[in-house]
Ligand binder design. Sequence first.
Ligand code: NAP
Length: 308
Amino acid sequence: MPPINLAIVGVGKIARDQHLPSIAGNPDLLLVAAASRNGAVEGIPNFPTIEAMLDAVPFVDAVSLCMPPQFRYDAAYKAICAGKHVFLEKPPGATLSEVADLEALAIEKGVSLFASWHSRYAAAVEAAKSFLVSTNIQSVHVVWKEDVRHWHPNQDWIWQAGGLGVFDPGINALSIITHILPTSIFLRNATLEFPENKHAPIAADLNFTNSDNISVHAEFDWRQLGEQTWDIIAETSAGKMVLAEGGSKLTINDTVIPVSSETEYAALYRQFASLIKRRESDVDLAPLRHVADSFMLGKRVFVAPFHD
Ligand code: NAP
């Protein structure tokens, strides 16, 4: 089969760091165009808008949308209406309803829609899932603490409504636990800390449970200096599981478990190409639903203003 002609939209940090190298390394994909108001990709035609790109390069088969979530729906709508397969960066949109709308539209137009969750493809996630399905889980503790000034310098969108604040990294943890836990969970209570001068939280403390009375406690914090922490710890009848470093390292009762060597974005693009070939979509909204529940149920506490 000839390669899938792919275009990228929103050439910013994640497009440069991860998408471009992963696309270049996948023989099923050929990058043929980019659309970005300020960014550009060398060696291919670049356009200021997705409309201009779709008009000028009609042989584009699929697009990857790498802009912030508040601006993804409009681009996705245009691409799907033009008959293109669509890769949505995480989180797939600013609301649950707009992504459900895109999912229905993709079915109507007969294209593949991929709501990607890169952390689900971290090296040790499948091994953690296999372990948890084989045991009884007593409790889970998620600690996702990082320094926002280091990871998100000058990203205003992240502090605006729909930018999700600390849930931008926190949703990665939620994407992992919703994938590795054998049963679904729901939020019982939550506290969200909002800087006085921002529309999105800087920290969140979440308690989930389910009908089996499992306890899942998640702590997200953007004020972490020094060592950064992206860990999921489960106490189980077979002992203690630590899924550390954002899903890339697994220890069970202090024994390090061998894991996959494929990078997250290489695996995402392998999945996208496979979905297109099979004419299927992959749209799991569970992580975004937990974020929406947190904004709906969470107590709001106002904390010191945040300045970059
Ligand atoms: P970014 O660099 O701030 O934004 C990406 C690009 O989106 C920008 O360079 C900009 O390109 C375009 N954009 C910004 N505002 C826009 C608007 N109002 N309308 C249309 N396009 C706009 O952000 P990023 O870090 O790459 O993150 C983008 C997405 O990737 C987010 O959903 C994030 O959660 C996800 N992600 C990021 C990381 C990471 O490490 N940064 C990791 C995994 C996933 P132009 O100005 O050229 O149009």
